[in-house]
Design a protein around this ligand. Structure first.
Ligand SMILES: Cc1ncc(COP(=O)(O)O)c(C=O)c1O
Length: 360
């Protein structure tokens, strides 16, 4: 029996998609082999790749002046690739907003390659909120401005797109990509690891505006040089062939339910159910300021570490798993990505109510 999986990533995948992948696993169409067995340069695989590229462009409404790269190394490798590709000898300063652990990691990495500056931070309040536009100290000559839209660990989200003038916006969307429509044209670079809303781990998607593909620092490994990767359609070396194929299945599923507008409605309904339950209760406490709440990762606690541990244990006995908060924050975290059903969230809310009655 499948459990209710609230993992932060790798995370739940849509059951329909898993079943389709299983049905196509041994023989894909009439090709007589598994997608995993195909050469990435074969006609049959290139047909899959082109279909996936067209799908993501359609689903996310990606303008023609953007290239989509399908890479390996996770979002973490992009923490280095971003400065290597966007900082220039005469323009090596970049602005970073710190709103959680991953944006901090990206900033630390960028400092190795140039003058990365903190342009705004909410670390002083433990990342319980998001820096506001008027708190950002922007350098108009920065090579780019980097932020992480959804903070997976803390359960917070930038509910506005920062205004940075001519400075390109670079955004880590690992834990919110494909959860709702976004205006791609506002961004210079969008990147995300696949393992939350796009498929299994092993694939990283980078959406980059073509005028930013001007070449990288001389010491950049070729496999991290976006210009080369773009010229080679992400096949400078062997890509995550199965990951790209699986992303295609996920995109088909998103289109089958009505695209990103419909996905947003589903996600809003799930998040509202959970936040309403938390707000109604005096037993559970939330961590993030309400205006900065994430629709994907919901963090809460009872205020008592032992009770939190009991909650996690008893939830698991009811088939509600992976709900323990990240070690930096403790408590609980329910990741309610696209594939987590309303039924799963209802099961969690019912359990929360029972647990409160027994332990309040
Ligand atoms: C927002 C965010 N950025 C970056 C990462 C790191 O991604 P990866 O493990 O793909 O390198 C994660 C992983 O959970 C994440 O949630």
């Amino acid at each position: 029996m499948r459990v209710y999986n609230f993992a932060a990533g790798p995370a739940a995948l849509p059951e329909e998609v898993l079943k389709r992948a299983a049905a196509e696993l041994v023989e894909y169409g009439s090709d007589g082999m598994s997608v995993m067995e195909m050469s990435h340069r074969s006609k049959m695989y290139l047909a899959i790749y082109e279909k996936v590229d067209a799908s993501i462009r359609r689903v996310m409404n990606i303008p023609d002046n953007y290239k989509v790269l399908y890479l390996q190394g996770g979002a973490t490798l992009q923490f280095s690739a971003i400065p290597m590709n966007l900082m220039k000898p005469d323009k090596n300063s970049a602005d970073y907003a710190l709103s959680g652990n991953f944006s901090k990691k990206a900033y630390k990495e960028a400092k190795k390659y140039g003058d990365a500056r903190v342009a705004g931070s909410t670390e002083d309040c433990g990342f319980a909120r998001i820096p506001q536009q008027n708190e950002l100290t922007l350098n108009p000559d920065a090579a780019y401005f980097h932020y992480c839209m959804n903070n997976t660990v803390y359960g917070s989200k930038w509910n506005y797109v920062p205004e940075t003038g001519d400075v390109p916006l670079v955004c880590d969307m690992s834990s919110c990509i494909l959860s709702e429509p976004i205006d791609v044209s506002k961004f210079g670079v969008i990147y995300a690891g696949a393992q939350k809303n796009m498929g299994p781990s092993g694939l990283t998607v980078v959406i980059v505006r073509k005028d930013l593909l001007t070449g990288s620092m001389p010491f950049t490994p070729t496999v991290m040089d976006w210009k080369t990767l773009a010229e080679k359609d992400s096949m400078y070396n062997t890509p995550s062939c199965y990951g790209i194929y699986f992303l295609g299945l996920v995109l088909d599923w998103i289109e089958s339910i009505g695209g990103l507008e419909a996905m947003k409605k589903r996600n809003e309904e799930k998040a509202k159910l959970l936040y309403d339950a938390l707000d109604k209760s005096s037993f559970y406490k939330t961590f993030v300021e309400p205006s900065a709440r994430s629709m994907m990762n919901v963090t809460f606690n009872t205020g008592d570490n032992d009770l939190d541990a009991k909650f996690v244990k008893e939830a698991a006995a009811r088939g509600i798993v992976n709900i323990k908060g990240y070690r930096d924050l403790g408590g609980m975290r329910a990741s309610i990505y696209n594939a987590v059903t309303l039924e799963a969230v209802k099961a969690l809310v019912d359990f929360m109510s029972d647990f409160e009655k027994e332990n309040a």
